[in-house]
Design a protein around this ligand. Sequence first.
Ligand code: KIV
Ligand code: ZN
Length: 537
Amino acid sequence: MAKPKKTAKANKGRKIAFFDTTLRDGEQAPGFSMSAEEKLMMAGALCDLGVDVIEAGFAAASPGDADGVRRIASEIEGPTICSLSRATENDIRTAGRALEPAGKSRIHIFLGTSPIHRSAKLNMSTDEVLAAIHRSVSLAATHCDEVEFSAEDAIRTEREFLVEALECAAKAGARVLNVPDTVGYTTPDEIYDLFSHLIAKVGGTENAIFSAHCHDDLGMAVANSLAAVRAGAMQVEGAINGIGERAGNCALEEVMMVFATRKDLFNVDIDIDTTKIYPASRMLSKMTGNPVPRNKAIVGRNAFAHEAGIHQHGVLNDRRTYEIMTPEDIGLPGNALILGKHSGKHALAARAKELGFEIDDDRLAAVFIAFKAMADQFGEIADAQLIELISGVTGSASAVWRLKRVEMRAAYGAQAEPFARVELEHPERGMVTDIATGEGPIHAAFNAVQHITGMSATVEELEINHVGAKGRTDCIADIVLRINGTRFGGRSRTRDVIPAGVEAYVDAINRAAAAQNRDAFGQEKASTTTDDAKDAA
Ligand code: KIV
Ligand code: ZN
């Protein structure tokens, strides 16, 4: 029978530890691998965030993994450094050696306990499983500061046997008893009931805590982890951006922000600096080349973006109308109002004012009509586009380059020299052509555009997506260039990848040129926050 639900009062002062497995469970997912150097950088970001435990890898998996764990153990101070280990002597000794330099070390032993794992994977009886748990946890305790034991596939393990297995681990010296939902199968009510049962029934746990490790196969990893905490779990395992095996692990940033935002429900203590969430999330997505989905909770680009006119009006009056937490809480810089076709005049006027334009009502009406037309075409309007638009409506000129033609040789190989021939048209300079080489054809085309326009730019971001509907597919390219220290965004939509990339590049160059023209007219210079806000991806 489940214990009654815990109230905020009962939870007061209870410290919940965050066990981050971005570098182990996260990294082992296809498409998320990181080099030892990258893992070390990511461990630094996790340390800044304040996680209690960093699972740095699985030392026995490969010499590279062992090296990665050792480097993190040597260079990261503060959190406990952990290595995963099977319940074998060789794995445990390898993990122990890799962890030697750590200030605080933990070996994390896992062994399948469910009927399907025992029969199909381990070919072991329940007695053999118990003996292996006892042997491995006792040995590991002599090789590190503390041992965590995971009953792999705990959720599908018979309750009585799970109690026995965890008790065996606790008696052998495990300080953390992890109850993984390895296959992402459970629900909040079920896991609440299971944790309540285990906490009541497992003996020998005076010096041990219970931990939740939930996978997201049915989309409930965060909800399940929170339910486990409500039932008494003292550690939550997961990964930044929710990366991990299959559908991923519990997204730690979501649990952190639940604790920070719903103190009325979860009055627990955590050691997290939530303003380091966004930098850690961004570093991970850049490092692994996996963009965070736009609508992802907490760290997605839309998480703090308001576009609908009614919402923007409310937020301008008082952010709390539509915000339960602020972008600053997670360390996200910049303005959260996205200007697009749903935006109203209030938001347009407010952004124009921030950019240094005082527009009277008549001019605002004219700018608003032009803005809506532009938003229909582009979707989201960046500040640089708005500046150009206001300047245009108010009469200042901006030179516009147009891509007329691009040809390229996409050679690849040691001796290959990709090149591109680009033809741009300008209202005053007419047709101008240039041929340039580059690391690849698209870079060669960018170089040619630089030669023609005389603008030197570095590409900071380039994202090209195929979008298709009703039998037609297009490529949408979004680019961010840095030009003289300022970031400018560009966008284009065409039928193919190459012209989309080059057109977006030219688009960003045009915005930079417009900003320079505005300087010549003695007006406000384009703000660097422009594309940083857009960059909140
Ligand atoms: O999901 C799982 O069961 C694991 C264990 C190794 C803890 O990742
Ligand atoms: Zn896992």
